[in-house]
Design a protein around this ligand. Structure first.
Ligand code: ADE
Length: 258
């Protein structure tokens, strides 16, 4: 059961077993248990019509590998939603799709219902892309054996943003990518471990200086590790939103650990 703030996701796959366990543990398990998330995994072969339950065929024009046939996808959509036109937002997971980022995750999380289509082999018949997909999403510039791992990524990233799912809603706001920057370093006890000390400023109790330190760490880490994100962040803020950051050494001279 989904509540008014919940999400219902259908997944079409040749390998339903891929999702075994995924929906039982941790954040996804809790979201399902609390009724905030419902995920139905559907075996694409349910909608094949021959005795061998054939879901793929040779590509027109020749070439290596097999292509997933269109009929099971269309039949599944009609069985699940009544008509192709009644389908919800429909995401095809494919290496040729738009690169998934947190903005797209936020956008997907506003849908009450999603349909995820997982490809395999050389891909899915183009008519499925044309007639059924509202979104084509890649999770990175590498090729997986199929869309299942990508579907799992989408489900987890979206579920974290559903209202009520994260115990502490602030942690979804503070993390990497939430504001276009990578997250600052995090520490917990002990203050000193194997000669490595927690920066003293984090134990200073001075919330203003802690916030400034974290911002500077985020900005510097993003500039170093992800210049592409850094450039976008700089453009978006027009330079003006960049906080006045303490200079190097401002927070570092105190002894790190007690
Ligand atoms: N299927 C195969 N590779 C993929 C990728 N990188 N992203 C999404 N779906 C895929």
């Amino acid at each position: 059961m989904t509540g008014s703030t919940g999400m219902h996701i259908d997944v079409l796959t040749l390998f339903p077993a891929y999702f075994t366990g995924l929906l039982d543990v941790s954040l996804l398990g809790r979201a399902v248990d609390s009724g905030l998330l419902r995920v139905d995994i559907h075996d694409l072969r349910t909608w094949t019509t021959d005795p061998h339950r054939t879901a793929d065929d040779m590509p027109y024009g020749g070439g290596a590998g097999m292509v997933l046939k269109p009929e099971p996808f269309f039949a599944a959509v009609e069985a699940l939603y009544g008509a192709v036109e009644s389908r919800p937002r429909t995401v095809v997971l494919t290496p040729r799709g738009d690169l998934l980022d947190q903005a797209r995750v936020r956008d997907l999380a506003t849908s009450e219902r999603l349909l995820l289509l997982c490809g395999r082999y050389e891909g899915i018949d183009e008519r499925v892309h044309e007639a059924l997909a509202t979104d084509e999403i890649s999770i990175g510039d590498y090729v997986l054996a199929g869309g299942e791992a990508a579907a799992a990524v989408v489900i987890e990233a979206v579920t974290r943003l559903l209202p009520g799912v994260m115990g502490n809603d602030r942690s979804a706001m503070d993390e990497s990518h939430a504001d276009g920057l990578l997250e600052y370093p995090q520490y917990t006890r002990p203050a000193s471990y194997r000669g490595m000390d927690v920066p003293a400023i984090l134990r200073s109790g001075d919330h203003g200086r802690v916030a400034a330190w974290r911002t500077r760490q985020s900005v510097e880490r993003t500039r170093r590790v992800r210049p592409d994100l850094y450039a976008r962040w700089e453009r978006a803020s027009g330079g003006s939103a960049a906080p006045r950051l303490p200079e190097d050494g401002d927070e570092g001279s105190d002894d790190a650990a007690d």
